[in-house]
Design a binder for this molecule. Sequence first.
Ligand code: ADP
Ligand code: MG
Ligand code: ZN
Length: 486
Amino acid sequence: MNNNDSFEAVIGLEVHSQLLTKTKMFCPCPNVFGMEPNTAVCPVCLALPGALPVINFEGVKLAVKAALALNIDINRKSLFARKNYFYPDLPKGYQISQYLDPVSSNGYLNIQTGGGEKKIRINRLHIEEDAGKLIHIGNQSYVDLNRAGTPLVEIVSEPDINSASEAAAYLKALRETLVYLGVSDGNMEEGSFRCDANVSVRRKGDPRLGTRAEVKNVNSFKFVEKAIEYEIERQIDVVLSGGKVIQETRLYDSKENITRPMRGKEDAHDYRYFEEPDLPPLILSEEFISEVKNSLTELPAVKRGRYVSEYKLTEYDAEVLTQDKDIAHYFEDLIKENGGRVGIKKLANWIINELLSELKAREGEGRSPIKAQDFLELITAVESGSINRNTGKTVLAEMLSSRKKAGEVIKEKNLAQVSDDKGIEEIIKQAIDENRKEFADLISGKDKLFGFFVGEAMKKTKGKANPKKVNEILQKNIENYKSGRS
Ligand code: ADP
Ligand code: MG
Ligand code: ZN
């Protein structure tokens, strides 16, 4: 037995997620990414003397929305606190956060693991403000305070996670929920969704928690998994070689795939938390809470369940269709527009097999630029036989690049399927005339040549012939020939 098998990893995650409010958390500056540095600032977020913060209720609403979706209890009264530390990107010298009385506490999120569903308890979700950003160029450092004061929620899990893959599943489920609700854009690379991982190990069966190391700000799902895997191995090695894991903050180096100590417990900050004297307690009315509750949209896990039970889709199809909120809504629009004419499974296939792969090939286009109504026109054209499936794909590609409607593309390119018996009869006769020997072989039993003639007919019509008709009429010709009538 591998020594590692006698250890268990214990992981708790602290996630920071930016909120998609129009303005900052405590001042009216715009909350946007990518503006000219230091242009989205005011006396409040610059910490000019005498400037006072005001709570942005839109931010509170989004935080409560997230909390409700994560089954976290909303606290009717919560407090803001000052978290004091010095850093050049923090003009006030403290961050407004929540400490002893957060806006919500005590929740959970269910994740899918290899061993089935698992409940990860959430300790708290609280509101805080972000700091600015330092930019280092050569040996100069610059500060951009556009981000200072933008709203964040911090979501702290209990140490219920036991592997890197469970951590990834938790983050994925959390991110998906926040993005669905429109609470966050979930962009890990831009730092609007970031994660610190607390990792410890212990001998299996030991009820006590081991000493943890905290791995800071890892900026992709892949790296979170790798950083945790590395950290678990490292700590097991430390214990096995008779050492002790020390409580410290570590940074992940993605180039070398290792973690390195950043600061130890001895230089851990004493934040000297105290209640923010410039803000009143945050009191939430029952009315406000139920208003937010009513505004919750259907969450992805619920949607998936409904697609399987109501629409009779497979788990896989439901998963693909709900991965992106826009695609799920598009699918639902398609069903509405369709009104039962084309089967739902067929609509799902059109999105999964055709639309999504076309969008993927076009890079970065998450949402369909074609209106549901127009996509349905194309689907109906194929399903009713006025164009064949392959032509349908060509038309879709053309619709995506030219933004024209299906009908226009079909007409312009003269793509309508040749379905009239006479036309197809003619074409098959031609094909037989041009390939006398092959036709004789087909008659004498070389059945494989059937496909050859179908192919010839398709070629002659540039793929526009109705394949079913071609098959029927070719078959008829063979029978006629055999019975001596041709
Ligand atoms: P701090 O605020 O100092 O980081 P917390 O007690 O709030 O400390 O814990 C932060 C995170 O660390 C939580 O997600 C918690 O679940 C996790 N955690 C606490 N103890 C351990 C441990 N021994 N091993 C792994 N994770 C832990
Ligand atoms: Mg921490
Ligand atoms: Zn401001």
